[in-house]
Design a protein around this ligand. Structure first.
Ligand code: DAT
Ligand code: MG
Length: 150
């Protein structure tokens, strides 16, 4: 089962959109594995966004993600990475598909509401960076067999 880190970034928290993000992922059929509300340290932000170091938007990105609390979650399901990124929409909100979160609730790339892992491999790495193993809940839902084929 694929797993993805999902963050509701500071703009999403400030705008009261945590519930909207959770609702959409729940309705999609994805299963919540872990969640915590936290202020992101400089160190965590730099490790999480290490791949973007040196890019022109890097400093602003670190300032943004550390500016106010975030809701960090782990969601899982078949093809969870692709499903979640589709629900989020493209990085630039003006390129995000209508009906996606970034289309429906954002305008600017620097205030694009959410983060989601971009591959199953990075999903595992990001989950390990943001959560301790004991914070991940291994559970089955009664409805799983009606959402997951296998
Ligand atoms: P995503 O968050 O869709 O995975 P990404 O990994 O390419 O996108 O970039 C991480 C974040 O960095 C993105 O959510 C917003 C910011 N960002 C990316 N490209 C940017 C750009 N050209 N200008 C400003 N911010 C950018
Ligand atoms: Mg990314």
């Amino acid at each position: 089962m694929e797993r993805s880190l999902v963050l509701v970034k500071p703009d999403g928290v400030q705008r009261g959109l945590v519930g909207e993000v959770v609702a959409r992922l729940e309705r999609r059929g994805l299963r919540l594995v872990a969640a915590k509300f936290l202020a992101v340290s400089q160190e965590l932000a730099e490790t999480h966004y290490a791949i973007h170091k040196g890019k022109p938007f890097y400093e602003g990105l670190i300032a943004y993600i550390t500016s106010a609390p975030v809701m960090a979650m782990v969601w899982e399901g078949p093809n969870a990475v692709a499903a979640i990124r589709q629900t989020m929409g493209a990085t630039r909100p003006t390129e995000a598909a209508p009906g996606s979160l970034r289309h429906d609730f954002a305008l600017e790339v620097g205030r694009n509401l959410t983060h989601a892992s971009d591959s199953a491999e990075n999903g595992e790495k990001e989950v390990a960076l943001w959560f301790k193993p004991e914070e991940l809940v291994d559970w089955t839902r009664e409805v799983d067999r009606w959402v997951f084929e296998k």
